[in-house]
Design a protein around this ligand. Structure first.
Ligand code: NAP
Ligand code: HSE
Length: 444
């Protein structure tokens, strides 16, 4: 059991009978964690060395009806009852969002409490500051559930891959958008109704725009990149586009060309720069990530020693996240039991910077709506050619006879993003183009 150096240099035994847990948040994940703490109490105590005792639970509304029955004395709407509770050793932050969660975590660390959080926004935006604070106060901060829920990723990056140089990460890390894209691709369902289903299933963030616009995936990419490249990147370093512009016809054209459409989070290291981007991509149908469907997440990591690895599993939902949260709790509890302190490592690689998006070189898919008349294709090809963009295939689709318009689908050879952006703005001005309806990068 934990021992401590006394003031006279003598080692004194700390008699601890339990590990006190303070839970901030009793929503989807908080309820899952509280349930597992109760139903698996004996097994968890056996693993930790001491019982894990829930001391208090913070909610916004104490009068709300809950699916879990807790003694009313356990539930509070006053954060200080947890953050300053003398018998709380570990604070589990499951409130979500940037504030007040960041402040709660800072307060808890400053009062010597260990932190377990599932909050990717806080860790992506304030990770480095919180690690420094934890180090200063000799406390631990763990965040396994913040990326991929129950898929072991943070611990794998921190420990199991520590001897590797990581060159690339390709990841499906948002269950909500992967669920929506899968339903749209396989069932032909529309965007709005599949989003509602994802919300019902507890996958979506409180504000689903965070999922749809790729914000959640960008947070997760920042967390993984900072572990992989020893950087302190923030979400502002990530180029980001969401999925709301994807239409049913994009899936059928993608299939014709042999591709699937996925929202990927990509980080690639090229010497001392790292490109970081989240956007929908065409990926070849035979790639492993193309077959990751529904709420499943997958993170593909390219390393020098371990080769190519793929971490795969359900990336959202109460029990999946609880698995990761409780693994972190157990790791800290074992350290408390043994009297060992694990403080965060802060070894940064200061030479690595972010690669500008304009330097990206990739193939592109373009869907245009244009008048169905002679000379149109020639004008479009000219704009692309003038920007050194070479067309690999072009198909005229779905002619609308009464309106005399056609859909033109173009695949290009690899071109620079800077050139493609210039070509896109010129195409939008062209009288021969009614609309640039979509533009999707290809990842091969
Ligand atoms: P949620 O269902 O929205 O629950 C949030 C909880 O926090 C609620 O109990 C709410 O209280 C409480 N709360 C919110 N703001 C508060 C405030 N200002 N003061 C006190 N209490 C407050 O969220 P969730 O889905 O469980 O997500 C929690 C965290 O886990 C987030 O960081 C999320 O990104 C992360 N995560 C979620 C999943 C998932 O599948 N859902 C998976 C992995 C990670 P009331 O109940 O009274 O409203
Ligand atoms: N909203 C997130 C998702 C929850 O859909 O993946 C898990 O982080």
């Amino acid at each position: 059991m934990g021992s401590k150096q006394g003031s006279g240099g003598k080692v004194t035994q700390q008699v601890k009978k339990a590990i006190g847990i303070g839970l901030l948040g009793l929503g989807t994940v908080g309820t899952g964690v509280a349930e597992v703490l109760a139903t698996k109490a004996d097994g968890l105590a056996e693993q930790a060395g001491l019982p894990l005792v829930l001391r208090k639970v913070l909610v916004r509304d104490v009068n709300k009806r809950r699916s879990i029955k807790l003694a009313p004395s356990l539930v509070t709407d006053r954060p200080d009852e947890i953050l300053a509770h003398p018998e709380v050793d570990i604070v589990i932050e499951l409130v979500g969002g940037e504030y007040p969660a960041t402040e709660y975590i800072k307060q808890a660390l400053a009062s010597g409490k260990h932190i377990v959080t599932a909050n990717k926004e806080v860790m992506a935006k304030h990770g480095y500051e919180l690690f420094s604070l934890a180090k200063r106060h000799n406390t631990d901060i763990r965040y396994e559930a913040s990326v991929g829920s129950g898929i072991p990723l943070i611990s794998a990056f921190q420990q199991d891959l520590a001897a590797n140089s990581i060159s690339a990460i390709h990841a499906i890390v948002n269950g909500t958008t992967n669920y929506i894209l899968t339903q749209m691709a396989q069932e032909g369902l529309d965007f709005a109704s599949t989003l509602k289903q994802a919300q019902k299933l507890g996958y979506a963030e409180a504000d689903p725009a965070n999922d749809i616009e790729g914000i959640d995936a960008a947070y997760k990419l920042v967390i993984l990149s900072n572990l992989a490249f020893r950087t302190k990147f923030t979400p502002q370093d990530v180029y980001r586009e969401g999925i709301s512009n994807i239409a049913a016809r994009d899936f059928s054209y993608a299939r014709e060309f042999g591709y699937a459409i996925k929202l990927l989070a990509i980080a690639k290291r090229d010497r001392d720069t790292v490109e970081m981007r989240v956007h929908p991509v065409f990926i070849p149908q035979d790639f492993q990530l193309a077959k990751v469907d529904g709420v499943y997440n997958a993170v593909e990591v390219e390393t020098d020693l371990a080769g190519k690895l793929v971490f795969y599993g359900e990336g959202a939902g109460a029990l999946r996240a609880s698995s990761a949260v409780l693994a972190d709790v157990l790791a800290i509890a074992r350290n408390i039991y043994r009297g060992v302190n694990n403080v965060p490592e802060l070894r940064l690689n200061e030479t690595v910077s972010v690669k500008p998006m304009s330097d990206l070189k990739t193939r592109y898919y373009l869907r245009l709506n244009a008048p169905d008349r002679p000379g149109v294709l020639a004008q479009i090809s000219k704009v692309l050619g003038d920007n050194s963009i070479s067309i690999s295939s072009v198909i005229q689709k779905e002619i609308n006879l009464p309106a005399q318009t056609a859909i033109i689908v173009i695949m290009t050879y690899p071109a620079r993003e800077k050139a493609m952006q210039k070509a896109l703005s010129q195409l939008k001005q062209l009288p021969e183009v009614n609309e640039v309806s979509n533009f999707i990068r290809v990842e091969e």
